[in-house]
Ligand binder design. Structure first.
Ligand code: CA
Length: 228
């Protein structure tokens, strides 16, 4: 889920429309307080788009808050700033923003930045997951390469675990077959083969009652559910 924190309602609408079209789930907060409320629900976004100038809190303060909370300290933040001056960029990056975009920006540029940040954070995430993560009945131990369903090991092969891991770390985001071939199999393919579908089918079978966590997005690819 991408959390959009921005007080310009038209811009929020535009971003939500465009990001949802890309297959991302979104939530919007029009004030800093609304953003804190969402984060207080224990919902951890995959990425935060954060306007620097909000009516109540400054984007900088909010960014520091996100960085200081254990639950959200790793969440990537893309800051939107109306002013492109050097000092503003520096204070944003110093507060812990991963990147910034100066308004007015094209939605296309923003989408490219989001993709780049998410890809980077997935790679970092692999290393950061020191402890097993719970997701519904699943227990995921990334460094240990273990997946438990309840108390039972799912018995994934190394490749199946890799596929599971990439889908899981990018939950809520559609992965095309091409993306998966590249990131799971290291194959840059123009022609999409049945490989991905075959392995997803096997993986779903091993997930048993949790097979619905891997959703098929028609004409696009697969998406891991963003919440259990
Ligand atoms: Ca604003």
């Amino acid at each position: 889920m991408i959390l959009i924190i921005e007080d310009e309602a038209d811009l929020v609408k535009n971003l939500e429309y465009n990001l949802q079209n890309e297959g991302y789930e979104t939530r919007a907060a029009l004030t800093g307080q609304a953003a804190l409320d969402i984060l207080g629900e224990g919902i951890i976004p995959d990425l935060v788009i954060l306007d620097r100038m909000l009516p109540d809190l400054s984007g900088i303060e909010l960014c520091r808050h996100i960085r200081n909370e254990a639950a959200t300290c790793k969440v990537p933040v893309l800051m939107l700033t109306a002013r492109g001056e050097e000092m503003d960029r520096i204070t944003g990056l110093e507060a812990g923003a991963d990147d910034y975009v100066v308004k007015p920006f094209s939605v296309r540029e923003l989408k490219l930045r989001i993709r780049a940040i998410l890809r980077r954070s997935d790679d970092d995430g692999d290393l950061e997951f020191g402890n097993p993560v719970k997701f519904g009945p699943l227990t995921i131990d990334i460094p240990g390469h273990h997946l438990l369903i309840g108390e039972e090991p799912a018995g994934l092969t190394a490749l199946e675990f890799r596929l599971f891991k990439i889908l899981f770390l990018r939950r809520g985001q559609v992965q095309s077959r091409k993306d998966l071939l590249r990131d799971v199999w290291d194959i840059e393919a123009e022609v999409v083969t049945r490989t991905v579908d075959t392995h997803v089918k096997r993986l779903r079978k091993k997930l048993g009652d949790c097979d619905h966590y891997i959703e098929t997005v028609r004409g696009v690819g697969y998406r891991f559910a963003s919440r259990p």
